[in-house]
Design a protein around this ligand. Sequence first.
Ligand SMILES: Cc1cc2nc3c(=O)[nH]c(=O)nc-3n(C[C@H](O)[C@H](O)[C@H](O)COP(=O)(O)OP(=O)(O)OC[C@H]3O[C@@H](n4cnc5c(N)ncnc54)[C@H](O)[C@@H]3O)c2cc1C
Length: 472
Amino acid sequence: MAAILGGGLGGLSAGYYLLKNNVTTNSNLKLYLLEATSYCGGWIKSIKNKDYIFEQGPRTIRPKGIMGLNTLNMMEDLGLSEHVAPIKPDHPAAKNRMIYVRNSLHVLPSSLKGVFKKNEPFSKPLIYALFNDIKQPHKELSDDSIYNFVERRFGKEIADYAISPMICGICAGDAKEISVKFLLKTLFEWEQNHGGVVKGLMKSLFKTKNDDNLELSALARRAQEEKWSVYTIKGGLQTFPHTLHNYLKENDVDVNLNTRVEEIEFVDSGTVSLKKTDGEVLNANHVYSSIPAYSLANLVQKQHPKLAQILRDIPFVTVGIVNLYFKTDKPLITPAFGFLVPPIENSPILGVVFDSCCIPDQNGTVLTVMLGGRWFEQKFGNNVTEEKLQKIAIKEISGILNIKETPTACNVNILKQCIPQYVIGHYERVEKIRNYILNNNLPISLIGCSYDGVGINDVIYSAKTQVEEDCP
Ligand SMILES: Cc1cc2nc3c(=O)[nH]c(=O)nc-3n(C[C@H](O)[C@H](O)[C@H](O)COP(=O)(O)OP(=O)(O)OC[C@H]3O[C@@H](n4cnc5c(N)ncnc54)[C@H](O)[C@@H]3O)c2cc1C
C-alpha cells in the first residue's frame, strides 16, 4: 500500500503518475490519499458566479518549456483541452504587463524592439544592461541573491524595476533574499563558468541543444504553434484539481477527505505508520508527502528531529488576496495583465491582476489585489482583519487606477504561509533533506511546492519525477 499525504495539486499529480506508471496494477498496490480539508486542490480555489470568477489562489499557467508542455499533456489526457483558455501573443494581457513606480503605471517592453528604446522608469534602453555585463569582473560564488546577481550583471535599475517586482509576482518574496538559482540558474552558471552572461550566451549558441524526449499532445503542440503566453481554465482553475480528483476516484484510489495526519513513524525501510488525528493508524509501504515542509516537520519531529529542523529552514510567507467585482457596462481598466509594485516603492500591495482581461466570461470589471507576502507582518502586524485588508486594497486601487465606484462584490482571504521562499542555499538544503532520507532508508518521497519549484508546472513535474524515480 502507498499513501499520498495532501490533496493539493502535488498530491493529486502523484496519484495521477502512480496510476499512469501502472504501479497499482503491476504491484497490486492499493493507493490512499489523505487530505486534511474537505476538498482537493489546496491553494487552488475558484468562486464562480454568473457574472464573475474570483480566483483565490493561482489563475494562470505558463505553457512554455518542458514543464509547461508536460502540464498540457496532462490536461489533454484528463479531457480538459476544451476548457483551456489561452492568452495568445497579440492579446493585451500578453503585451501589457505594467509596474507602478513613482505614482504612475509603466508598460514593460514585451518585444525585442522594446529593449532598444528608452522606457520609463528606466533611464536608458535596456540593451545597455548587456554592456554592463560584459564589463563586470569575474566573482566566484556558490549561490547569491537574485537581486545581487542582477544588480552586478545588469545594473540597479533592472534589479529594482524588473526583477524585484517579478519576484513579488511569482513568490511574493524579496529578491534580496531569493536564490539566483530560483529563476536564473542558467545565467548564473554562465557567469560562474564563462565570466559573464553575454559570454555564456555566446558559447551556448555553439552547443547542440538536448532533446527533451517529451512526446507532445495535440494541445501542447497547439500551444507551441500559437505561441501562447499563458492560459487559464474556463469556469475557474479549480476545474483542474477537481478533474484530477475524479480521475483518481474512478481508478480506485481511496481518497480520504477531512483526514489530517498528525504523526509519521518509520518502522523499517518498507513500512511507515501514519497516525491520523482521530487516533486511527494507516500502515503503508511508501509515503509521497506533498504537504508543506513546515507541516511535514511537525509529523517527523519525534523520530527525526534533525530532519524536522532542516524542513523548517524552508521559510513561507503569507499573502492577502482581495477579489473585487464591479458590475459596469464599460471596463474600468485599460486591457492588460495587471501591474506589480516594486518593493522599493514601499507599498502595502504587491500587485493587481486584471482578471476580467485574463479570464474569459466575466461580466464587468474583476480585479485581484495581492498584499503582504514577505512584508505581510511588517506592514499589517499579526492580527490584521479581512475588513482592514479590503479597505487598504480598495484605497490603493482607487488611487492607482482612479476607480471611484464601489465594488459590487468582494472576497478577502488571508492565505497563511502559502508560498515557500527559495532563499539563498535552498537547493543545497533540499539536497541535504533528500540525502538524510536516503541515508536513513526512509520510505518517503518529497513532492509539492516546498522543494523543486513553486509554480503549478513545477509541482506537477516534481510529482512525475519523484514517482518515476521510485518505479523506473
Ligand atoms: C496566492 C497564490 C497565487 C498563485 N498563483 C500561481 C499562478 O498564477 N500560477 C502558478 O503556476 N502557480 C501559482 N501559485 C502556486 C501554486 O498554487 C502552487 O504551486 C500549488 O498550488 C501548490 O500545490 P501543492 O500540492 O504543493 O501544495 P498545497 O496546495 O499547499 O496542497 C497541500 C495540501 O496538503 C494538505 N495538508 C497539509 N497538512 C496536512 C496533513 N497533516 N494531513 C493531511 N493533509 C494535509 C493541505 O490541506 C493541502 O490541501 C500561486 C500560489 C498562491 C498561494
